[in-house]
Design a protein around this ligand. Structure first.
Ligand SMILES: Cc1cc2nc3c(=O)[nH]c(=O)nc-3n(C[C@H](O)[C@H](O)[C@H](O)COP(=O)(O)OP(=O)(O)OC[C@H]3O[C@@H](n4cnc5c(N)ncnc54)[C@H](O)[C@@H]3O)c2cc1C
Length: 194
């Protein structure tokens, strides 16, 4: 795509009506032509731009002074296991695949992360039924979970109350979202992205 960068050429256009018409372009094709343009340098834009830069010249546009200063820097930094979104949902499929890719990426590129695991607790019968539903779904999705016994909750729970039951998701973790975005930006720039 050729970007019409007008400003510096305007005096030339006004110089003489007799001169042959010029293409309105001030920069060389090398600088002005991009195969892809991504708008927004949050984590989604950075990841998209990083992948696209490997395929061809890519421009990443961000309205803020820095990348990743909106939602992507204000989240809980949890790497979700993929337990909550239903068996047939695209979100479940993407969450599970994304989790594997994210752990691999962090290990390969030195991004701080930890597979902390997570406890999901039930305080009464209704919540326990819901938790059993989560455990059933996890089995169908092949996402590991295990029931945590009362003694283990008391020993390791640091005051956690799980009156009716406790289910552990060992694949859940946390990630340094800023480190992740900086790594994506570095790879994007290494591949010639602007
Ligand atoms: C409270 C909260 C907690 C969350 N916790 C988690 C979690 O634990 N784990 C998890 O995986 N997800 C979590 N999420 C979701 C996750 O944060 C978002 O899905 C993700 O950050 C979205 O990234 P993004 O790149 O789409 O958006 P953003 O990070 O918002 O990036 C969009 C970028 O586009 C730029 N932009 C917008 N319009 C323009 C324009 N016209 N021109 C140029 N630039 C523009 C913005 O300035 C911004 O930088 C959470 C979300 C919230 C709100």
């Amino acid at each position: 795509m050729r970007l019409p960068l007008l400003t510096a050429r305007l005096p030339l256009l006004a110089r003489s009506a007799k001169q042959p018409r010029r293409a309105i372009s001030t920069t060389s094709a090398h600088h002005a032509d991009f195969a892809h343009i991504v708008i927004g340098a949050g984590v989604v834009g950075l990841a998209s731009a990083r992948s696209l830069a490997a395929l061809g010249p890519t421009l990443l546009l961000e309205r803020r002074a820095m990348h990743g200063t909106e939602t992507s820097s204000r989240n809980s930094e949890v790497i979700h296991a993929g337990l909550y979104y239903g068996r047939d949902s695209l979100k479940t499929a993407l969450c599970i695949r994304g989790r594997h890719l994210l752990y691999d990426f962090c290990a390969e590129h030195g991004v701080e992360h930890r597979k902390t695991g997570k406890w999901i607790v039930a305080q009464d019968e209704t919540q326990l039924r819901a938790l059993e539903g989560v455990a059933r779904l996890a089995g169908q999705l092949d996402v590991p979970v295990r029931w945590v016994g009362e003694a283990e909750v008391a020993r390791d729970g640091e005051g956690v109350r799980a009156a009716a039951g406790c289910l552990e998701s060992p694949e859940t973790g946390i990630v340094d979202s800023h480190g992740f975005m900086t790594a994506l930006l570095g790879l994007f720039e290494e591949d010639g992205g602007s």
